[in-house]
Design a protein around this ligand. Structure first.
Ligand code: ADP
Ligand code: ADP
Length: 239
């Protein structure tokens, strides 16, 4: 499990929009942190800056032993192999079955000759099935992803990320499109992954109640700046 550090990070997009302004954060290995803020406050940019999808305009981003700032090409792909990503829209291959979707996590960003030929090892299979078991989706292994409910899709996406054996997990609004009970079930899974594997989890949430309930720590963004950083349980609506 890896720590994440941002030191005075700013991001300005090509069109001049300043999405992050002087953000400094230090997330310890094994912490579960919720990023909260209104739409447009910079949550998604923060996650994309950590996985190297959006370059920091200034400042330094460090993930585990890697300085993300300035990484390119295969070095960046190698880093991303260690980062499990969860998206609001699930990003599953709807026509493939659950097993295939999860197995893909084994080959994220580092295709080998074997995987290009579609060969999988017993270890790949074990990791995929273990991850599906972890999120309670083992019995759906042969179902096509497109036939699952939103909550089930998100749990398969979590299993896919786990199969990668990541060192950190980044989730960009993973429950934004789910109804409240389903959102709770998905947050439960993320929390369990954090606790059982000691995995660092950073999750964007626009609902403060969920953040309070499931995260150790809450970081509030407004207009691209950190306006709150403290224990999630202590955060009140007045903060
Ligand atoms: P979501 O918030 O659903 O993840 P995006 O991250 O694509 O959607 O967009 C977030 C915000 O950034 C939106 O308000 C969108 O209009 C804006 N945005 C995204 N891409 C661009 C772009 N290339 N130029 C200007 N604004 C953009
Ligand atoms: P959030 O995830 O909190 O909704 P974002 O990080 O998506 O916030 O957006 C922060 C700001 O950056 C917004 O003003 C948004 O419109 C803008 N933005 C996001 N993506 C892009 C992009 N690709 N190009 C230009 N502006 C963007």
């Amino acid at each position: 499990s890896w720590a994440i550090t941002l030191d005075d990070v700013s991001v300005t997009y090509a069109n001049g929009t300043r999405a992050l302004s002087g953000v400094s954060l230090s997330i310890a290995a094994g912490e579960m942190v919720a990023i909260v803020g209104l739409s447009g406050s910079g949550k998604s940019t923060l996650i994309r800056t950590i996985n190297g999808l959006v370059p920091a305009t200034s400042g330094t981003v460090t993930v585990g032993p890697h300085v993300v700032t300035g990484l390119r090409g295969r070095h960046l792909r190698r880093l991303r192999g260690h980062i499990g990503m969860i998206f609001q829209g699930f990003n599953l291959a709807d026509r493939a079955n659950v097993y295939r979707n999860v197995l893909v996590g084994r080959f994220a960003h580092t295709p080998t000759l074997k995987t290009l030929l579609g060969l999988t090892t017993a270890r790949d299979r074990d990791l995929a099935l273990h991850a599906l078991d972890k999120v309670g989706m083992l019995e759906k292994v042969w179902i096509r992803a497109g036939q699952l409910s939103g909550g089930q899709k998100q749990r398969v996406a979590i299993a896919r990320a786990l199969t990668q054996q990541p060192s950190v997990m980044l989730a960009d609004e993973p429950v934004a499109s789910l109804d409240p009970p389903t959102a709770h079930a998905v947050m439960d899974d993320l929390r369990r992954v954090n606790r059982d594997e000691g995995l660092t989890v950073l999750v964007n949430i626009h609902l403060m109640d969920l953040a309070r309930q499931y995260a150790d720590r809450m970081i509030g963004l407004r207009g691209g700046e950190v306006v709150y950083d403290g224990p999630a349980a202590d955060a009140t609506d007045a903060d």
